[in-house]
Design a protein around this ligand. Structure first.
Ligand SMILES: [Zn+2]
Length: 638
């Protein structure tokens, strides 16, 4: 999964069995798929999606007597109990036309009980999903606009607990507003009367296969030559926003080729990027085996800056098809959606995905070498200024993932956020440089990926792993004390971020007065001002202070997150006024005076700061080979 966070420059670029066994998240209709009479029939009416309500009818096979039904709570890829239970409305049950009473469990809000009369084999259920959702969040965040909708099936189903969702079957159909088109990885059996009828699949596969639909829709085939098809299915609030430049399409074609070269096998039948372009939906990415739900601002692919700032999103989410879906930590491979997930290996699930996603972004040409370097510098500098590491080791950010995704931006540096994404990038970069050093460039993380994620092409399936499997596979690539390497980086308190990958890679993290192209693009796209590495402040372009780095000059003066900067040196705040004041203060210049409002009270803070603006960059260390550039060279034949 990917969330968009201010601290971690790019979208932190922000979704069983024992470790050696293979689970059967069978995706395709297999010989074991039951007759449709044994499956729940699910009919979703999305014709009112623009009014933010979806209607669903379910025909659920039941046995008479006491029945329990549950609504999915722990959503794959979201690593937390994020099923939108509060928006489940209109719930009614009928048997033979008679309405049945139901009662919710008093301790588990996602569980419902009812008594089915004798002789009844099929329970009729009706429910509505209302979508007043805020623009924040993941799949339970805003999903529908006047022009488009993303249907996440987990939000529209009830099921009887007790069996793995691999063994519960659904036959779904979907009705869309007239004139809308759709994209999905879910196999279609046919269309009639404006209704799309899908093949009978397991509940696992249904939840793994959302549908994107809209009035403004475009499908871009990436590998028409086959044998495995890849598509970008785009829905937007306008036709203009769908005009992906042809060179960008070529770069996504190269991305597909580069994933093949990196992993050596694919574990899907075909793959759909479901790309939503809207200013009125939540913005994030959520991975699935055969698709990804990728949501960005409307003009992202037609605005040069916005396009490259978001360029890491699709490579990240596609990487998850291998790292996260096919290979999944045992604690995240729960048999159904009610059992809690354990996030302790998210520094692999998300951290290695962050690393591989970024290098794939560069290898495919979606980023230039400079853009990759800027991103690396930004990641490293942000983490090197994360004071929260003095109390919270990286491991705890993964252990606490289910509560950290929803945490506020305020005090993020002291609390720490889902740092296993960006710090995972640094750790896996360091591992890659070490492997290359120890083998004189003969081996790399590419070999790890072949061993760990490759094998034969398969349909979607899950192979779980534990910590020791990571250590053992690294040792297969090159013997080293990998356990100590990893634990040292997961369990300790700093002082700074792990920067060995940058220094081993032949580069140095430095600061100067010139904002990188990445910093400028981020400030423009996110409407923010980045003064973290100078006075310790992050704020929006209206002056609202998001975070203050603890022990920075602003923090020590008494400025805190949640306050608002209203004037600089007696003049009304603007981003330019603040930057000019920092420049003017350099050397023998005047102190910087910040007028700040805290609730109803104004106060002036004087910063005795004379070092000027500071922004992060990588510069070459000519005493060492340039491994960093070697890492991002394309692997696939052009
Ligand atoms: Zn992810």
């Amino acid at each position: 999964m990917t969330t968009f966070s201010m601290k971690n420059a790019v979208c932190v670029l922000i979704f069983s069995l024992c470790s050696s066994s293979v689970s059967s998240s069978q995706a395709k209709p297999s010989p074991g798929t039951p007759a449709s009479s044994q499956s729940t029939r699910l009919t979703v009416d999305a014709t009112h999606a623009p009014e933010k309500i979806l209607h669903a009818q379910l025909q659920i096979p039941v046995v008479p007597g006491e029945n329990t039904l549950v609504y999915p709570k722990w959503i794959p890829g979201e690593h937390g109990p994020t099923g939108p239970i509060v928006d489940l409305t209109g719930l009614q049950f009928f048997a033979n036309g008679q309405r049945l009473q139901w009662r919710r469990d008093l301790k588990e809000m996602y569980t419902f009980r009812l008594t089915v009369p004798q002789g009844v084999k099929t329970l009729d259920a009706r429910l509505d999903l209302v979508m007043p959702a805020p623009p924040e969040g993941f799949s339970s965040g805003a999903s529908a606009t006047a022009q488009l909708d993303v249907v996440s099936w987990n939000q529209l189903v009830l099921y009887a607990p007790g069996k793995p969702t691999d063994q519960i079957y659904f036959t779904a159909s979907l009705k869309l507003p007239e004139g809308w088109h759709y994209g999905t990885a879910l196999p279609v059996s046919g269309e009639s009367n404006g209704q799309i009828n899908f093949q009978t699949v397991s509940l696992t596969e249904l939840v793994d296969s959302p549908v994107i639909a809209g009035k403004h829709f475009r499908r871009v085939p990436l590998t028409p030559q086959g044998p495995i098809q890849h598509f970008i299915d785009m829905a937007s609030d306008s036709d203009a926003a769908l005009e992906m430049p042809s060179e960008t399409i070529d770069e996504y074609k190269r991305l597909v080729a580069e994933t093949g070269a990196l992993f050596g096998a694919r574990h899907y039948r075909d793959y759909h990027f479901l790309l939503t372009l809207s200013d009125h939906t939540a913005h994030f990415g959520l991975e699935h085996h055969e698709s990804s739900d990728d949501r960005v601002a409307e003009r992202t692919i037609i605005d040069d800056d916005a396009r490259w700032v978001a360029a890491g999103l699709l490579p990240h989410e596609m990487t998850h098809s291998w790292n996260g879906k096919y290979r999944r930590p045992k604690g995240l491979a729960t048999p159904d959606y009610q059992q809690p997930m354990e996030g302790d290996l998210l520094w692999v699930y998300e951290g290695l995905t962050q690393y591989l996603g970024f290098i794939l972004t560069a290898r495919s040409g979606l980023w230039t070498t400079r853009q990759f370097q800027d991103e690396t510098a930004e990641t490293a500098a942000a983490l090197d200024h994360t004071v929260g590491r003095t109390w919270r080791p990286l491991q705890d950010t993964a252990d606490a993932a289910q509560i950290l995704y929803g945490s506020a931006a305020e005090f993020e540096g002291w609390r720490r956020s889902v740092d296993y994404y960006p710090e995972g990038f640094l750790i896996w970069l360091e591992a890659d440089t070490l492997i290359r050093q120890k083998t004189n460039g003969q081996k790399s993380m590419n070999d790890f990926c072949h061993l760990f994620h490759g094998g034969q092409n398969t349909p979607p399936t899950v192979q779980t792993y534990v910590f020791d499997d990571i250590v053992n596979t690294l040792n297969q690539v090159v013997p080293n004390d990998w356990r100590k390497f990893l634990r040292d980086r997961l369990d300790t308190y700093g002082p700074g971020a792990p920067l060995g990958g940058i220094t081993n890679g032949g580069w140095k993290l430095v600061y100067d007065e010139n904002a990188s192209e990445l910093t400028k693009a981020l400030e423009k796209n996110r409407h923010t001002v980045d003064a973290r590495f100078s006075i310790g402040l992050t704020l929006d372009n209206k002056g609202a202070i998001r975070d203050v780095i603890m022990n920075s000059i602003a923090w020590n003066a008494g400025i805190a997150p949640g306050m608002e900067l209203v004037a600089v040196n007696g003049r009304k705040f603007s981003p330019e006024i603040l930057r000019e004041a920092l420049k003017a203060a350099k050397g023998n210049g005047p102190n910087v005076e910040l007028l700040v409002v805290n609730g109803d009270f104004y106060k002036t803070y004087t910063l005795n700061y004379h070092d000027g603006e500071k922004y992060a960059h990588l510069v070459r260390d000519e005493s060492k080979p340039d491994i960093l550039s070697e890492i991002i060279k394309p692997l696939a034949r052009q």
